[in-house]
Ligand binder design. Structure first.
Ligand SMILES: [Zn+2]
Length: 180
């Protein structure tokens, strides 16, 4: 668990650096290096940060006011039937002031060490609950999260342990946070 925490903290810092650089770094090679380093945290998907061909530079102060390093809420460890140990990391978005669940990254031990192997985003329809008015959510089929790249992990296996860092603000997210 400790190595996963260090891995995700390093990822969060690198993602923030690359996100700011995306619209503020005048040196294209430095920006490409930042994104390359970021993409090395992934396997089977990438960071989703792409350099636009019509990139225009923005004022750094303005960009910093819009972005934040993602908030880390909790990490759940599961025993997955084929992947072995997997870690489900609950993060906010990178938009400043966001203190709610937004992204789940799944981290696994691969031949190249720890890698993010899947990304899910919270289902907007049911806000992560998997159902609304006791009816299974059509949008996410009851999972509460929607697949956004990498492996599709429909069955997570047995929950082994949870490490908590910070509670989310949203009432429904908080309820989930406090339920495990
Ligand atoms: Zn849903």
């Amino acid at each position: 668990m400790e190595t996963v925490i260090a891995f995700i903290e390093e990822f969060i810092a690198q993602e923030y650096k690359a996100s700011v650089a995306l619209t503020t770094e005048p040196d294209l090679h430095l920006l490409e290096t930042d994104i390359e380093i970021l993409n090395q945290f992934f396997q089977g998907l990438d960071s989703g940060l792409n350099i636009s061909s019509s990139r225009t530079l923005e004022e750094q102060d303005r960009v910093i006011r819009q972005l934040q390093p993602r908030v880390l809420f909790q990490i759940k460890q599961y025993a997955h039937s084929t992947l072995g140990t997997i870690y489900r990391v609950y993060l906010s978005s990178t938009f400043r002031e966001d203190r709610d669940y937004f992204t789940n990254f799944y981290i696994a031990n691969t031949g190249k060490g720890l890698k993010i192997v899947a990304r899910y985003h919270i289902c907007n329809t049911c806000n992560g609950k998997g159902k609304s008015a006791d009816i299974i959510c059509d949008e996410c089929h009851g999972f509460g999260w929607k697949w956004r790249g990498g492996q599709q992990l429909n069955i997570l296996g047995t929950l082994v342990t949870v490490r908590k860092f910070e509670p989310p603000i949203d009432g429904q997210h908080l309820q989930e946070y406090e339920s495990v």
